[in-house]
Design a protein around this ligand. Structure first.
Ligand code: GDP
Ligand code: MG
Length: 296
């Protein structure tokens, strides 16, 4: 009898390298989303894919956004935390504009992590083979990657090879999750996390830590192929609200349109997203709100 393998895979990398696109490609039509369970607060299990004799559980980690800011430390900290639970780490870079210094910083921060690290070079549809080879050479000097996989998350080339390679390195283990675990609750949670992620990317200092997101309504209309989502962003101070909204509403618009794009990729439907910003002093200590946000 063939043994069953399973494990947790964490995808790390700078924004825009194609993490969401890869996840979407891997999960394909069989999207199974599960929500955080209370004991795994804020470690973000995003999707499960079942292969023959294996179950791959993918984590999304907070993107590693600003290599030299204070925020970075906390982000990397979280990423390492996720890495500690992961059996395999995928560090994704892209062929067209590899950000070597930033990736070097990520690798450095990951150094205590025992999990094997694969280098994923995405967007190979945009570059020549010679370029990919030279990227491989450069990155080999940075870290002894267990595997290096060039692929195109968008077009699919190389994704099967990646899955086989992951399976090869996974430990033997149980099927952690049943094949279908999609719930409305978890989709809401995910949508809120996508908004939170964009806020993290675009704001500074204390704002990311002062923000919570709840989903007020989440209505799927398959006939119109439209998912309508209305969300409230909680902040603690008026001044934070002003920053989040931005000059002529520009900041909120940017956060909203990028979050919407992410949702459309993930939920595979058009999304109508409405965002509201509300000031509630000490919302962080409000158990009801925390519960609503899935952090209870
Ligand atoms: P993330 O921020 O790392 O999650 O990146 P996204 O998945 O949101 O992708 C960022 C952009 O890169 C999107 O416009 C994608 O369509 C594009 N992209 C992702 N993968 C590929 C790829 O393999 N080839 C090309 N040409 N574009 C890609
Ligand atoms: Mg993404």
């Amino acid at each position: 009898m063939k043994s069953f393998k399973s494990g947790f895979i964490s995808i790390l990398g700078k924004p825009n390298v194609g993490k969401s696109t890869l996840l979407n490609r891997i999960l394909g039509e069989k999207i199974a989303i599960i929500s955080d369970r209370p004991q795994t607060t804020r470690s973000r299990i995003l999707g499960i894919t079942n292969l023959e004799n294996a179950q791959l559980v993918f984590y999304d980690t907070p993107g590693i956004h600003r290599p030299r800011s204070r925020l970075h430390d906390s982000m990397v900290h979280k990423a390492i935390q996720t890495g500690k639970d992961a059996d395999i780490i995928l560090l994704m870079t892209e062929g067209q504009r590899p950000q070597i210094e930033a990736d070097k910083a990520i690798l450095k921060s990951l150094r205590p992590t025992p999990a094997p690290i694969f280098l994923i070079i995405n967007k190979i549809d945009l570059v020549k083979k010679a370029t990919i080879l030279s990227i491989i050479d450069t990155y080999r000097d940075l870290h002894p990657f267990q595997e290096i996989v060039p692929l195109s998350a968008l077009q699919g080339d190389g994704v099967d090879v990646l899955l086989e390679t992951i399976q090869k390195h996974l430990p033997e283990g149980p099927q952690y999750f049943p094949e279908d675990m999609t719930t409305d609750q978890s989709e809401r949670f995910l949508a809120a996390e996508m908004i939170r992620e964009k806020i993290f990317q675009h704001t500074h200092q204390e704002i990311p830590y002062s923000v919570g997101v709840t989903i007020e309504s989440f209505k799927d209309d398959p006939k119109k192929k439209l998912l309508s989502i209305s969300a409230v962003i909680f902040v603690e101070k008026k001044s934070q609200k002003a920053i989040l909204i931005g000059k002529s509403g520009r900041m909120l618009k940017k956060i909203g349109s990028q979050a919407r794009r992410e949702m459309e990729l993930f939920f595979r439907t058009h999304v109508f997203l409405q965002l509201w910003v509300k000031v509630v002093k000490d919302w962080i200590d409000n158990p009801k709100l925390l519960d609503e946000m899935g952090y209870g």
